[in-house]
Design a protein around this ligand. Structure first.
Ligand code: MN
Length: 237
């Protein structure tokens, strides 16, 4: 058992869950996690519940195999393996959002990458990866519900910031909870805009240099939007 996580980090994970719901990135489903601040081989994730209702006492500690250390009999998310295997494969990742945000779905099912249509989504400069679960495990219930599927998802993600999951949703990673939430929000916005732009004609995306520069400057602005979103969720009872 690792030492207790920083209570401030637990509270921030609660806020992240509430923001993702309030901003329409998740609904009754989807989840967000953060790497344990004192033990990189563990992560924090809510018990199996709607993200919009998460409180500090609902946060559970997991190891990278997806085993819950302190669930005390509470149900845990079926897709916790997404988080453990991405943390294992990507030491730079400190936070992860898995969602079924709707505008992203058409990209996964047509094999098209999300690409940055505006400066807010410079983090998509490398494009999105695609995870085709059928190639890994045949006909499944589409869920990343075991370790090998998590390994395959992490491999598909590679070094990118987001991976699309065909017929399911997406997983977005970040170097902090603020960054992962920002990316999950703007992945959805970018998807909406990209669909609109593609319907109008040939799209000029940010090129790699523009995307990298935009992403760097946006990362300095994360506290501004986080504070807005945090206030919008109101008091957590
Ligand atoms: Mn899912």
């Amino acid at each position: 058992m690792p030492p207790a996580a920083d209570p401030g980090l637990v509270d921030k994970l609660v806020v992240a869950n509430r923001i993702l719901y309030r901003q329409g990135v998740v609904d009754g489903f989807g989840h967000a996690s953060v790497r344990h601040d004192a033990s990189p081989g563990h992560f924090l994730l809510a018990r199996n519940m709607a993200p919009g209702l998460v409180r500090a006492e609902d946060i559970v500690t997991f190891d990278l195999d997806g085993a819950a250390l302190d669930a005390a009999g509470r149900r845990v998310y079926l897709e916790r393996f997404i988080h453990g295997e991405v943390y294992r494969a990507r030491p730079d990742v400190q936070a992860i959002v898995h969602s079924h945000s709707p505008s992203v779905i058409p990209f996964g099912v047509t094999g098209q990458a999300l690409r940055p249509v505006f400066h807010m989504s410079g983090f998509l400069g490398e494009g999105t990866a695609l995870f085709e679960i059928r190639n890994v495990a045949g006909d499944t219930d589409m869920l990343v519900s075991n370790g090998p599927l998590g390994v395959a998802l992490a491999a598909a993600l590679g070094s990118r910031s987001a991976v699309l999951m065909r017929g399911h949703g997406s997983t977005v990673v970040g170097a902090s909870l603020e960054q992962a939430v920002y990316r999950a929000f703007y992945a959805e916005v970018n998807a909406r805009l990209q669909i609109q732009a593609m319907g109008l004609g040939e799209v000029t995306y940010l090129n790699a240099q523009e995307a990298a520069k935009a992403a760097a400057i946006n990362d300095t602005q994360l506290p501004r939007v986080w504070e807005l979103w945090r206030q919008e969720i109101g008091t957590i009872e």
